[in-house]
Design a binder for this molecule. Structure first.
Ligand code: MTE
Length: 319
């Protein structure tokens, strides 16, 4: 697993980044600013995180589900974010002091535009939209979340991945002082996830910056996280600080921790049981206990958009 060097929030990226990488980044910024979907002078507004009034009138994505959305309370008080504790209510309680600003993302590996990018470089308000997706957790529950985000594929293309970029790896911040759950060795830290490049370039995955028309609450992965709606929730990594294009399949946290239970692909698949429980049904968070469980759908309902990605693969073997 790669090692990341944490950056103090007070240190300028120009001070800690190798000069060549930093200059490269400046060049990229200058060249692409006019044409870029994600980069714009507007995006450099320092108060973006507080200026979300315009997020209320976001474009509604046609890729959204029409299922009933969960309440903000459900979405922000029943979480998995082991960096803030292993209990469902821990992230809500333990992440309040976490300050996700300033934030930068390092881009590495098989692409032309490697470098360290400030979060503002990723944000162009016009590219943001609301996408409502059901998050199906591997533990057998689900909820429906109105995310605010933008296309992962559009973002990745800006970095110009080369022909060796067969996979994309994502890494969460490693900082025991700011993420107290990392003081316990419950997982291999930092949390790492990955996608095959064609999965990442599909139209469905988004990078989310918010939900319910506002910035992401800390417990949901502030300031930026992945959302991959046809895979179990653990693929949707939170608080991302690194993106790496690689030729080989990334070593992901859950696959490394329990390879017999959590595969690299982790597609929602009701016909492949978890070794310790069935995946045929799911408990819908927020529904009264007496309501029947929901039948889990293949690829979480997105077969039309993603089944072709796995043609010829045995999804029992590649679970
Ligand atoms: N990302 C990090 N860094 N750490 C985590 O513990 N948990 C995953 C995923 N992303 C996790 C993570 C799991 S198991 C799930 S189900 C979803 O986040 C939950 O997202 P939510 O809390 O926003 O609903």
């Amino acid at each position: 697993m790669s090692i990341i060097i944490n950056k103090s929030p007070d240190v300028l990226s120009s001070e800690i980044t190798p000069k060549s990488v930093y200059l490269d980044r400046r060049k990229f910024m200058q060249q692409s600013i006019a044409a870029s979907l994600l980069l714009s002078a507007d995006a450099m507004l320092p108060a973006w995180a507080k200026n979300t009034a315009k997020w209320q009138s976001l474009q509604k994505s046609p890729l959204s589900t029409s299922d009933t959305v969960n309440s903000l309370e459900d979405i922000t008080s029943y979480n998995n974010f082991y960096e803030f504790g292993t209990g469902k209510e821990d992230p809500h309680k333990n992440a309040t002091a976490f300050n996700p600003h300033p934030w930068s993302i390092t881009v590495e590996g098989e692409c032309s535009k490697t470098g360290v990018y400030d979060l503002e470089d990723f944000i162009k308000p016009d590219a943001l939209e609301e996408r409502i997706y059901r998050l199906r957790c591997v533990e057998g529950w689900s909820m429906v979340i109105p995310w605010v985000g933008f296309s992962l594929a559009d973002m990745l293309k800006k970095f110009e991945p080369n022909s060796k970029a067969k996979y994309v790896e994502f890494t969460t911040l490693l900082d025991k002082s700011r993420m107290p759950g990392q003081q316990r060795r419950v997982l291999h830290w930092p949390y790492v996830e990955g996608l095959r490049i064609d999965e990442a370039m599909n139209e469905l995955p988004i990078m989310a910056l918010g939900l319910y028309g506002d910035v992401l609450p800390n417990q949901n992965g502030a300031p930026i996280r992945l959302v991959v709606p046809w895979k179990y929730g653990f693929k949707s990594i939170k608080s991302i600080v690194k993106i790496r294009f690689s030729e080989t399949q990334p070593v992901t946290t859950w696959n490394r921790t329990a390879p017999a239970e959590y595969g690299f692909y982790s597609n929602v698949n009701p016909t492949v049981d978890h070794p310790r429980w069935s995946q045929k049904k799911e408990r819908v968070i927020g529904q009264p206990f007496w309501k029947p469980k929901r039948e889990t759908q293949m690829f979480n309902g997105y077969s039309d958009q993603v089944a072709h990605l796995y043609r010829g693969m045995d999804l029992r073997e590649n679970f």
